[in-house]
Design a protein around this ligand. Sequence first.
Ligand code: BG6
Length: 492
Amino acid sequence: MREIKFPENFLWGGATSASQFEGGYTKGGKGLTVSDVLTVGSKNRNRKITWAFPNSDEIQYSDVGGFWGDITVNDEGVIKVFQNEYYPSHNASDFYSRYEEDLALLHELGLKSYRMSISWSRIYPNGDDEIPNQEGLKFYRQIFELCHKYHIKPIVTLEHYDVPLGITVKYGGWKNRRVIDLFVRYAETVITEYKNFVDYWIPFNEINSVTVETFKNAGMLKCNDGDRAQAAYNKFLASALTYKIAKKIRPDFQIGCMVAMTLSYPKTCAPEDQFEALKRCREYDSFLDVLVKGTYPNYKLIEYKQKNIKLNIETKDEEILSQSCVDFIGFSYYTSGVVTKQKVENELHLLGPTNPYLKTNAWGWGIDPLGLRYSLNYLYDRYKKPLFIVENGYGDNDIIENGSIKDNERIDYMKSHLLSVSDAINIDGVNVIGYTPWGIIDCISLGTGEIKKRYGVIYVDVDSEGKGSFSRIKKQSFYWYQNVIKTNGKDL
Ligand code: BG6
């Protein structure tokens, strides 16, 4: 019989990020980030960066550019916020003023851990300020004190699609090596400040999307392959230096990395499709090799050589990278993709052609619980590091009926994925340390900016134009997940 069992001390949790959840975008001295200049989009409409020509107030829009798209902000363009435009991050779910109520709800839910991010620009408003913003430090201190009171372990990401806009404007984003020191100073400030409250740190969210989501993840505008490669390299160094500093502050800190897992199946058994799938795996492998093993794989170095990419490397870099390998691997898993050598119409970005064996959600993301077990095995076989599922979930446009939300599809999704996790642990012997489903309280979608793509077990009463009371309502999945945690996963 299938045994359903989770380790004692399994970190049952939930996840959010500052720019998608906090709001209060200029409150308490916070500076703007790349997220704050992004408009709302939809499944078929990209989010836009807003900007103006110098000495003009006329709004200009440019596609945000994810998945290799070009960003067409004019070189002279001034990126800014316009009065009559709607920017979802500005109020998001208003955690900024409701954190007490929200943390009490997470406590009631029974969470053992809460993955959240600190907004760099709340601490250093422009990214490069001389001294940290005390109000920003105080804000997160209050949150960590409450987590401590509720015995919830914070899992803290230091940059989650939230690069200070000053880093873009003044430094051109992460392709610039000077950004490494600025980030590390910010990291050192917060790790020192909260050393008694936080045990788990993740320097970067989905570090492998730095070469894809170049604006959101790296704060870069127009860029070429060399810039993308350098931005990744600079983040590797920043992550390693953060590791080094953190371990000096408290040797027992757990410092992890975080990648987006886009497991991709070959469309056919044609060897060409198999090889395409291998190439797709390498899009996260090559990142993990540096973060976990401290070296670039040969194929990446050859690729750089062929593309004539010369990284800006300094003498000590190799030593830094090889001596600061992460303690655990965090990853996000929502769905799987399909790859093929053939040309495919209507390709859904990186996910490739539709997988006829999977049901999808309203945004076309296939539901593939076995893919999670596959991913856990794949990562554990390859790296033998503790694994932490720091994002997973079902985005849906929940409906309130007679005051309640019956989100059975979300329960089915979480249940089937947790069964897969249990199998990976009990049948395959994988070391999984926790599960923090995404957007545990509804927050805005990263991809489309809509809040109607909801993931939470707690509903936030606001629509995708920012209208609503912001009050919180427990969904059916709240009670289900509460019981799962209470029984340590026995009662799925
Ligand atoms: C992950 C991100 O890629 O996917 C989250 O780390 C994001 O920030 C999540 O919200 C889900 O994507 P989306 O576009 O549905 O919000």
